[in-house]
Design a protein around this ligand. Structure first.
Ligand code: G6P
Ligand code: MN
Length: 441
């Protein structure tokens, strides 16, 4: 059986430990020859790398594991690159969320002004990183889940139009499926979803029982009405996530046709959401005080003890598991189904071909094959066309260094929706991002 060479870009991420454990746990399904962590921040990555050395010695001794800040060492001879960069780090995520809220508009990691702020930084860093990767590993599959995935996917589509081995993925649709299965009391793998949208902005039109073919959506609607909606993933049980999931109940009451992605709440109730978020303490702060502390404390403990102890199951990793399953599907041509971000080309029939949309795909060695959803109703089309226009204009702004295009992107975004406010927030974000943004003239 072939064994694969994998690099994780963003080795210092709070998600990396979950990946390291999942690679060890899934060594039969997706066997590794070599695993390299790469980060531009060597200090942050170091404890995670040391943790990995200790864990793999115990659990995966034949694995060639290392960590580095040298791109040549990281990218050479790779089969798969897992991209989980956070351009600007959690410190800039804080600014992305706080600044728009100080203007009374939603500050969120990937939606609205916060997402666009992060988006321009990610365009800069992702384009640079992927050009570098291609120098060393022209044939490697690049599995990108760096955010904001919608904007990043649009930028990579333009920058690398002929590169068929860049795949953009988000775990949230699967998180919603997993959470739904918990409500239904079934295994999430028994659910066969039909889904359409943009990244972090989509809906499930059907949720079939894989065995019987029954559409469980009416049942789901009823259960959510009675019991609300809760996350399956332990990582998404912090206060702000519980609120985000809870909103699915409201959305299903107001728009009962389809089961929404949790992120839709920001777009459907922007004023309510903005007025209920705390401008001085957002999800970024929660992550800094929560997951980030937990992860680095776990590293410290394991490094001090020199052994893993009982830590193997201490972190939930549905996210890592999904990404490794994606790699497995490509490596072994399983043609399993995943919800992926792909160029539309008719998958959503009444949307423009060059939109990057999120739909169910079959995935194998030749890449994703999207399943068509046909025409979507006018309401959803209207929402999505507005958003895809905002995203495309932002990527125009990146390429053309255009303040005007950025202003248009901000104005058109449903979470801002006002030109004067858009200009104020944009100006504040230009200042906050400094040279991490392209210069906008
Ligand atoms: C989900 C989304 C990701 C997002 C993450 C944020 O996994 O799919 O795109 O980055 O949530 O989670 P956090 O716990 O950092 O707020
Ligand atoms: Mn996502």
């Amino acid at each position: 059986m072939k064994k694969y060479n994998v690099c994780i870009v963003g080795g210092g991420s709070t998600y990396t430990l979950g990946f390291l454990k999942s690679f060890a746990r899934m060594q039969e399904e997706f066997p590794l020859n070599k695993l390299v962590l790469f980060d531009i921040d060597g200090e942050r990555q170091k404890p995670i790398g040391q943790y990995g050395e200790i864990m793999f010695k115990e659990r995966y001794p034949e694995l060639d594991f290392s960590y580095t800040t040298d791109p040549a060492e990281a990218y050479k001879d790779m089969d798969f690159i897992f991209m989980q960069m956070r351009a600007g780090g959690l410190h800039m995520r804080q600014k992305d969320e706080h600044i728009p809220l100080s203007f009374g508009k939603i500050g969120q990691e990937t939606c609205g002004a916060g997402g666009m702020s992060y988006g321009l930084r990610s365009c800069v860093d992702m384009v640079e990183a992927i050009h570098q990767i291609r120098e060393y590993s022209p044939e490697a599959w690049i599995l990108n889940y760096s955010n904001p995935a919608a904007i990043v996917a649009e930028c990579l589509r333009r920058e690398f139009p002929d590169d068929k081995k860049i795949l953009n993925i988000c775990d949230q649709p699967e998180n919603v499926v997993r959470s739904t299965s918990r409500l239904l009391g079934c295994d999430w793998n028994d659910l066969d979803p039909v889904y359409f949208g943009l990244n972090h902005y989509g809906w499930f039109t059907h949720m079939y029982d894989r065995k019987t073919g029954e559409d469980l959506l009416p049942k789901i609607r009823q259960i959510v009405k009675e019991k609300g909606f809760l996350p399956q993933d332990a990582e998404q049980r912090d206060k702000s996530w519980l609120e985000t999931y809870g909103f699915v109940q409201t959305m299903l009451e107001d728009f009962p046709d389809y089961l929404p992605n949790t992120y839709d709440g920001y777009y459907l109730y922007p004023e309510y959401k903005a007025s209920h978020l705390n401008p001085n303490y957002t999800r970024a702060d929660e992550v800094i005080d929560g997951r980030e502390k937990r992860v680095f404390k776990e590293c410290e403990e394991v490094i001090k003890a020199g052994k893993l102890g009982d830590k193997f199951h201490a972190i939930s990793d549905a996210h890592a598991e999904m990404m490794i399953k994606v790699a497995e599907a490509i490596a072994f041509n399983t043609l399993g189904r995943f919800i992926l971000i792909v160029e539309n080309n008719g998958a959503i029939a009444n949307m423009q071909d060059d939109a990057m949309v999120e739909v169910v795909c079959e995935l194998g060695i030749n890449g994703p094959r999207p399943l068509r959803v046909g025409n979507i109703p006018q309401f959803y089309l209207g929402l999505l066309v507005q958003q895809v226009s905002s995203e495309k204009l932002l990527v125009d702004a990146y390429y053309e260094h255009s303040y005007q295009k950025a202003l248009e992107a901000f104005t058109l975004n449903r979470l801002i929706n006002d030109a004067k406010e858009a200009r104020k927030i944009l100006d504040a974000l230009i200042e906050a991002n400094g040279d991490q943004w392209p210069e906008l003239k």
